[in-house]
Design a protein around this ligand. Structure first.
Ligand SMILES: *Cc1c(COP(=O)(O)O)cnc(C)c1O
Length: 230
């Protein structure tokens, strides 16, 4: 478990260094992506100060939440959403990064329990040209964003994307810039419509430095903290 603490501290330092070298003075949040990792690893990261955890699979997340219910974890759902899972997601998470269609947003809104604060959501944008990844096609995000003004139990926070993986730093930046531009457009639109966006969720273990250069406010990092998934 000491390796988790070491990796976590190394990533935190690297995020700060990347933020400084991007001439930014705001804070970049670290979301620890813990899918396919046992709950004792999450506990170790929590004891080292980590509070925000990201999960992709509903059932797996719910069983870990039960094992960790003595901890004040902020749970983020980041995986593809099947419509028959929306109620469980609305009940068990604080954030959802992967909303990519109206029907899913409506179902999350209806299922969010009244005793909980509004569910924080991001619109997932498909910025890559391969057409295989989930997400709203680039350019269509503002149509979906407009619908959130009538959903009392959801709070639109920003956008998320998973560009095609590449080792080429310039390509990583170019892909993230497309997402960052879409986010800025939406932010401007939001001023007119009463929603305030503060979240650009981009960057994973292999490309978070490029994402921070392009303005990421949350980076979602799994293997660089917990090691390879089993
Ligand atoms: C798995 C996953 C991550 C983390 O990936 P790593 O390469 O392990 O950092 C981030 N975001 C999403 C949506 C994921 O599914």
């Amino acid at each position: 478990m000491s390796t988790i603490v070491d990796s976590l501290q190394a990533i935190q330092a690297s995020i700060v260094a990347a933020t400084v070298s991007a001439n930014r003075t705001d804070k970049v949040h670290l979301l620890a992506v813990s899918k396919a990792q046992p709950s004792d690893k999450l506990r170790a990261a929590y004891l080292a100060g980590q509070r925000q955890f990201g999960e992709n699979y509903v059932q797996e997340a719910i069983s870990k939440q039960a094992e960790l219910n003595d901890l004040a974890i902020e749970w983020h759902f980041i995986g593809p959403i099947q419509s028959n899972k929306t109620a469980l997601i609305a009940q068990h998470f604080d954030w959802v990064h992967s909303v990519d269609r109206l029907k899913i947003a409506q179902r999350l809104n209806e299922a969010r329990p009244e005793n909980l604060p509004p569910l924080n959501v991001c619109i997932q944008i498909n910025s890559s040209e391969e057409g295989s990844k989930s997400g709203v096609d680039i350019g269509l995000q503002s149509m979906l964003a407009k619908e959130f003004s009538s959903m009392q139990n959801l709070k639109l926070r920003g956008v998320m994307a998973i560009p095609a993986p590449t080792q080429d730093f310039a390509k990583q930046r170019a892909q993230f810039k497309i997402v960052a531009d879409a986010y800025k457009n939406l932010q401007q639109q939001g001023f007119e419509q009463g929603f305030k966006l503060d979240t650009l969720s981009i960057g994973m273990s292999d490309d978070y430095v490029a994402a921070i250069q392009e303005g990421a406010t949350i980076v979602r990092i799994g293997s660089a903290i917990f090691g390879l998934r089993t």
